[in-house]
Design a protein around this ligand. Structure first.
Ligand code: HH2
Length: 401
């Protein structure tokens, strides 16, 4: 197993990897299987698991005493406690036995049975997200967004920006009328609608065949944007407005549900978590469940770890490193790292607009670790980098992950 797989584990943790069918023969060598999850062992621990394990299931156990949370955790160095243990292969019939012994694994398998990696729009057409990540171009019509505030407030400027993004290869234009940067003050629904609705309407007229999303926490704004032609709701509060998920269900549009702890105004005051990846996964899972209960179909749900929303720089890095664990939730992942503070923290570049190289690197890593949609400012540069990274990844024979 490679150091990448090791990144998923913390001390005394266990990870289950469900290996794609075509790679079962090479299960122990699979570099980064897409279907990986950190799971708690069943009562009785490893001894409670049937032996041999069924085909396609790999269990990694972090040896006790491994410095999984120390300064070198997840940096790709060999763990001090020796390599993780990999157990693979066995009869497929053993899967049911394994699931009985290990309820968390049974839930994981059920999620994978349920969800195709695609995103279906209201008109019934769908994106197949297993081929390449889609690019969601950021189009903020705000005076105060952290990077592009004030640049595209007039419909003419917004149209020019949209035209450039689409020419550079954007799959989706994400129109936002409220900055959610740390410390931002909320905007009321009327003011937000006045900013975004005319822009969505103008984009719909000018680019009838392109996908548009509305980045809002307010159902009243989303409703008007959908009427003006938006195809997707991007909700950084994951349905905090009780009318949002029923609206998405009734309109039959996909909805992106993002993890955020607290409110933009205060979310960076305390960014400590006992288990960041576990808490984000749990919150996203319950957001997806709320969406399903409201009537949103499985193939209309996108989940997003919310980089920069109530997380420290190190927390954002950890979430990107362990994105594979969130893939186990079964829904396609949206990731927005573009120009954010943690990129500046890593590169030393303080001007958000100058964080191109770091943002592209983060987008490539997110894509290689399973992100299906990347929310970016710099469409052309990201598209070019992804073209190279995905081609070289294929050459390594890891297709299907
Ligand atoms: N980040 C921002 C806004 N919306 N939506 C999703 N799904 N994921 C994100 O990471 C995300 C988002 C913040 O970035 P930006 O829109 O560029 O800035 P601002 O909030 O200042 O307008």
């Amino acid at each position: 197993m490679t150091a990448l797989a090791w990144d998923l584990l913390e001390a005394a943790d266990v990870a289950a990897f469900l290996v794609p069918e075509g790679l079962i023969d090479r299960a122990p060598q699979v570099p980064w299987p897409c279907r990986a999850a950190r799971l708690a062992l069943p009562p009785g621990g490893m001894a409670a698991l049937p032996s041999p394990l069924p085909a396609g299931v790999v269990v990694l156990e972090a040896p006790a005493g491994t410095p999984g949370t120390g300064a070198d955790a997840g940096r790709g160095e060999a763990p001090a406690g020796g390599p993780p243990r990999a157990v693979a292969a066995g009869p497929a019939a053993g899967l049911a036995r394994l699931s009985r012994a290990w309820p968390d694994l049974a839930a994981l398998l059920a999620r994978h049975d349920r969800t195709p990696l695609r995103l279906r729009f209201a008109d019934g057409t769908a994106w197949d997200l297993s081929d390449r990540p889609r690019l969601m171009a950021i189009l903020n019509v705000t005076p105060d967004s952290f990077s592009d505030g004030g640049l595209h407030e007039s419909p003419a400027a917004a149209l020019a920006r949209a035209e450039r993004c689409l020419a550079e290869g954007a799959d989706l234009l994400d129109v936002g009328g409220e900055s959610t940067r740390p410390g931002a003050a909320p905007v009321d629904a009327e003011a937000e609608s006045r900013r975004v609705v005319p822009v969505v309407a103008a984009l719909r007229t000018r680019f009838p065949a392109h996908r548009l999303s509305i980045d809002t926490r307010r159902a009243a704004v989303a409703r008007r944007a959908l009427e003006a032609g938006a195809d997707l709701i991007n909700d950084v509060s994951a349905g905090a407005d009780p009318a949002m998920l029923p609206l998405a269900a009734a309109a039959g549009v996909p909805v992106a549900l993002m993890h955020m702890r607290g409110e933009p105004g205060t979310m960076q005051r305390d960014t400590r978590y006992a288990d960041l990846v576990g808490e984000v996964a749990e919150a996203l899972e319950s957001a997806a469940e709320r969406a399903r209960r409201a009537g949103v179909a499985d193939d209309r749900i996108l989940l997003d770890p919310g980089l920069g929303f109530g997380k420290s720089a190190e927390g954002n890095e950890l979430l990107l490193r362990q994105l594979g664990a969130l893939r186990s939730l079964g829904s396609p992942l949206l990731v927005g790292a573009s120009r954010k503070t943690f990129i500046g923290h890593l590169t030393g570049v303080s001007d958000p607009a100058a964080r191109l190289a770091g943002s592209v690197a983060a987008a490539v890593v997110a894509a290689l670790r399973g992100a299906a949609v990347l929310r970016v400012h710099d469409v052309g540069a990201t598209r070019e980098a992804l073209a190279v990274a995905t081609a070289l990844r294929r050459a390594r024979g890891t297709d299907g992950c």
